[in-house]
Design a protein around this ligand. Structure first.
Ligand SMILES: [Fe+2]
Ligand SMILES: [Fe+2]
Length: 141
């Protein structure tokens, strides 16, 4: 996974400058968690997850606004993924507040990595294709 993330280039850009910038910020935050010398103490992890939730909320608001502006037919499924991702991050934060020793570092890093890569590569890429006019999605009944 780390290899994939480090190779992440412009092919992941969705074509909206604000959203692309935020994706790179999300990636940077993930890197700060995943790099081999990253701190693994509970307080630092907790702070990084707080940053991640704040950035993700801001980013999701921008994607929501874009999807509404485009009348994007996949908006409901996309928003459900955002909500599920935030819910899981908040579960990890609650878990860290219980001060487990040792904290579940690898589980958190893996989840965040999959979250960043999978969601952007799948759902955000669909949004990107719609934005570019290269696909049309069926309007849900
Ligand atoms: Fe995104
Ligand atoms: Fe998204």
């Amino acid at each position: 996974m780390r290899h994939l993330v480090m190779d992440w280039g412009e092919s992941f850009d969705v074509g909206d400058p604000v959203i692309d910038h935020e994706h790179r910020m999300l990636l940077d935050l993930f890197r700060s968690l995943a790099e081999p010398e990253a701190p693994t103490d509970t307080a630092t992890l907790r702070a990084r997850l707080d940053e991640l939730v704040a950035l993700a909320c801001q980013h999701f608001d921008h994607e929501d606004a874009l999807m509404r502006r485009l009348h994007y037919p996949g908006i409901r499924e996309h928003q459900e993924e955002h909500d599920a991702l935030l819910e899981q991050l908040n579960k990890y934060i609650a878990l860290l507040d219980e001060a487990p020793d040792p904290p579940p570092v690898s589980g958190i890093v893996e989840f965040v990595g999959l979250w960043v890569l999978d969601h952007i590569d799948r759902e955000d890429r669909k949004l990107s294709a719609f934005l570019a006019g290269t696909i049309g999605l069926a309007v849900p009944a």
